[in-house]
Design a binder for this molecule. Structure first.
Ligand code: SPV
Ligand code: MG
Length: 431
């Protein structure tokens, strides 16, 4: 009897999957692979049910003879071990980044006469509704809020990109790339004070008030499912910060990062070129403690951001503060630097990790941008935030377009570099 293999990346079994099983059964004995959490988040979306449950729902399908674990998006290991006669999949993998997976599997199968079977993808209303329900569930506060902690456990490094609107949120949510056969996407979103302010044409000095910042979060949340890390600036007065924590937690934000500065906050990338005052360790610890005291779930994280390297206070000061902030209850440490060379960041990470193996470390490699995610991870970094690159790439493009329309007195000359409206609209989900 022929062996037929298919891999499921799903939380629910709908008629599309049953159709694949049905077609598979016609060809032989059906073996189903269940994709591991780690691979699923690179390739698809965060699972809304745990791995054991996903295995169970596949095992419960009567036509399935055997269930195996597929722990890579590629089929190499399964093909090597199982030698299936057929690998069967919906024909949606003929297009887009998934094509690379199909092509690689086909090549491996052809070495011994195995075959790929592409089954027409079931695109009816029930399937679409089931799919959108899963997405909606992932967006609910109780699911979204805890996801950052889950990702820190699952990923070598949590890749986070700045967003400041529904549209930038959609870019963070939906951009998936295939590079050398590997699929990748962002894990989380950063609501930057710099970019949120800049989008409103305002300076990054805690001028944009919290009500407006929450509005930005809500715009992003409306159209996305990925977890959110909120740039809380200094956190403001402790008496105000406790309210901010409550609101963010209720909204389903996963973490707030507050920086240990006081008085009129300026953007860190100005460093010592402008007057910036670092808070005392005592005050800042009190702010952290107060925030932790009012939070209602174990999911929410308060991450303490240390400005000692930005303000040239030295490595010892940064490490002393890190220790104190963790002791006060901080769920993570963000260490910032505006040097091009990542040396001081790496030195901090190595020294901090030598004494604290667990507390997550967050970095923002805007200035030290030559270092890769995996290098940072090898020094103990858990979260990498690309804090402003979307804003900085969109702005010059828009400015150039404005200049060119003024120069040519028409829009013809700029048209070639514009995204067709149809393509922009295709990003936007309809209910
Ligand atoms: C932000 O994105 O607003 C930040 C990071 O706080 S930085 O601009 O590098 O200070
Ligand atoms: Mg900021």
């Amino acid at each position: 009897m022929a062996t037929v293999y298919t891999c499921f990346t799903t939380d629910v079994i709908h008629e599309g999957h049953l159709n694949i099983i049905h077609e598979a059964k016609k060809l032989g004995d059906v073996v189903v692979g269940v994709l591991s959490d780690e691979s699923m988040i690179r390739f698809n979306r965060f699972p809304s049910v745990d791995f054991e449950t996903r295995i169970k729902i596949v095992k419960d399908i009567p036509e399935v003879s055997k269930v195996v674990i597929q722990d890579d998006i590629h089929y190499d290991k399964v093909i090597e071990e199982l030698h299936p006669d057929y690998v069967i999949h919906g024909d949606n993998w003929l297009e887009g980044p998934m094509r690379a997976i199909r092509d690689r599997a086909e090549k491996l199968l052809s070495a011994y006469g195995g075959k790929i079977v592409d089954v027409p993808y079931t695109r009816n209303e029930n399937v679409m509704i089931t799919d959108s329900r899963i997405r909606e569930r992932l967006a609910m506060p109780e699911y979204r809020r805890k996801r950052l902690r889950q990702l820190i456990d699952l990923c070598p490094v949590v890749k986070t990109i700045e967003v400041h609107s529904g549209l930038t949120g959609l870019i963070a949510e939906k951009t998936i790339v295939e590079n050398d056969g590997e699929l990748d996407q962002f894990d989380a979103m950063w609501i930057s004070s710099l970019c949120d302010s800049t989008a409103k044409g305002k300076p990054d000095i805690e001028l944009v008030d919290m009500t407006s910042r929450f509005r930005t979060i809500d715009d992003v949340m409306e159209v996305t499912t990925k977890p959110i890390i909120f740039d809380g600036d200094t956190g403001g007065l402790t008496e105000h910060f406790v309210y901010t924590v409550r609101t963010l937690e209720r909204m389903g934000v996963s973490a707030v990062i507050i920086e240990d500065k006081t008085g009129l906050k300026k953007n860190s990338l100005f460093g010592t070129e402008v007057v910036q005052t670092q808070d005392t360790i005592e005050n800042f610890c009190e702010k952290i403690r107060s925030g932790k005291k009012v939070q209602l779930t174990d999911d929410f994280m308060i991450i303490a951001r240390i400005e000692s390297l930005i303000l040239e206070q030295g490595m010892d000061d940064a490490l002393t503060r890190a220790r104190a902030y963790v002791e006060a209850g901080a769920d993570g440490i963000m260490i910032h630097s505006r040097k091009k060379d990542p040396a001081e960041i790496l030195e901090f990470c190595d020294k901090f990790r030598a004494e604290d193996k667990d507390t997550p470390i967050v970095v923002v490699p805007t200035s030290f941008n030559s270092i890769t995610e995996s290098e940072l991870a090898s020094h103990g970094v858990n979260i990498v935030i690309y804090a402003n690159q979307l804003t900085r790439s969109a702005f010059p493009a828009m400015e150039q377009t404005a200049k060119d329309i003024l120069k040519h007195h028409r829009a013809l000359e700029v048209d070639e570099r514009l995204m067709p409206i149809k393509q922009i609209i295709s990003l936007i989900d309809e209910l």
